[in-house]
Design a protein around this ligand. Structure first.
Ligand code: F6P
Length: 362
């Protein structure tokens, strides 16, 4: 006998591991007599009442698939684009559809923006649980997000491959790596791939110091350099006022648009002027989000998803399922929403990188 009904959606940028998480929630829920429907295209599917039943046939064969079988979007229920009408507050539709399906809980798979939208719906009376997904690894309250490990592996392989061509042509190659306003991805891939310079938003760079690091290698006979650069990296001149709190996440979807000229192109031009060394840019872009999840991400997503189903069975709502050490834990959504996890300046990855001679341009 079905005991509970649950709606599930994936929101924000996709990432590897989403299907593994959907499968984890769905299969564990079914074994606990909880029926799950999946809303299509993020919160838009919820307000438009478009969904599919996540029965066992839908949940089979998706563990290793990239993307999300449900589709996703960056649409927010409280400001939903509605053609000529502009943006409309569609929260009443979300609430009505939740009630029409007699849902006990809405599970939202997403990053920081999704947590904020889920909290908004919680304030409208819905029971919600979120799961932390994003290649950026910037979700507050969890050690790691699923999607991050796969993206880090892709970016590391790119850095590996760029070494031989940079060395053959005696060039500086700047690899632009996603991560939004956090440096986890560039830092992790930069250390793992042995980048010579790593530039992340948390450590504003001085262009003169970056040029010095590259020239120093050149004088030592190493006639190429690889720079791993976060898309959110900033120079000292561009850095926000020191009073600004980087852990406050006030980003809205519209701010995800790429700048007209990428940070890496600007850096390449300035470096060529300062060093007279030929520089090239490789922007990894959405390659980092595509394709099959790594075993680590499959495992994490399965653990978070199945724990989510257990929490629903216990009636534990208003939380994100995070991972701390080896344990999946409930983290109050109120603590998570509106905050961002950035790289602490004393993080061991930074220390290790400095000890092997990597420059952070500071
Ligand atoms: O949040 C994930 C992310 O991939 C960021 O790293 C990146 O800044 C952004 O999404 C890109 O967004 P979009 O898919 O809208 O181009």
């Amino acid at each position: 006998m079905v005991k509970k009904f649950v709606g599930l959606l994936t929101s924000g940028g996709d990432c590897p591991g989403l299907n593994a998480a959907i499968r984890g929630v769905g299969k564990a829920a079914n074994s606990l007599d909880i029926q799950v429907i999946g809303y299509l295209d993020g919160f838009r599917g919820l307000v438009e009442n478009r969904f599919i039943r996540l029965d066992s046939s839908r949940l089979s064969g998706i563990l290793s698939l990239g993307g999300t079988i449900l589709g996703t979007s960056r649409d927010k229920p409280h400001q939903m684009p509605a053609g000529e009408l502009g943006t409309i507050d569609m929260r009443p539709f979300a609430v009505a559809n939740y009630k029409q399906q007699h849902l006990d809980c809405l599970v939202c798979l997403g990053g920081g923006g999704t947590a904020k939208n889920a909290r908004r719906l919680m304030k409208e009376g819905l029971n919600v649980i979120t799961l932390p997904k994003t290649i950026d690894n910037d979700v507050w309250g969890t050690d790691v997000t699923f999607g991050f490990d796969t993206a880090m592996a892709i970016a590391t392989e790119a850095i590996d491959r760029l070494h031989s061509t940079a060395e053959s042509h005696h060039r500086v190659i700047i690899v632009e790596i996603m991560g939004h306003n956090a440096g986890w991805l560039a830092l992790g891939a930069g250390v793992a791939g042995g980048a010579d310079v790593i530039l992340i938003p948390e450590i504003p760079y001085d262009i003169e110091r970056v040029a010095e690091a590259v020239l120093h290698r050149s004088y030592a006979g190493k006639r190429f350099s690889i720079i791993a650069m976060s898309e959110g990296a900033v120079s000292r001149e561009q850095a926000p006022e020191s009073g600004d709190d980087a852990t406050t996440d006030d980003t809205d979807a519209a701010e995800y648009h790429s700048p007209a000229e990428s940070v890496s192109m600007v850096l390449a031009r300035r470096l060529e002027e300062l060093t007279r060394l030929e520089s090239r840019v490789t922007s990894l872009g959405h390659l980092q989000r595509g394709g099959a999840p790594s075993p680590t991400d499959r495992l994490l997503a399965t653990r978070l998803g199945t724990t989510c189903a257990k929490f629903i069975a216990e009636g534990m709502y208003g939380v994100m399922v995070g991972i701390r050490g080896e344990t999946c834990v409930p983290v109050p959504l109120e603590e998570v929403a509106g905050r961002r996890k950035v790289v602490p300046l004393d993080h061991p990855w930074i220390e290790a990188a400095r000890l092997v001679g990597t420059s952070f341009g500071d």
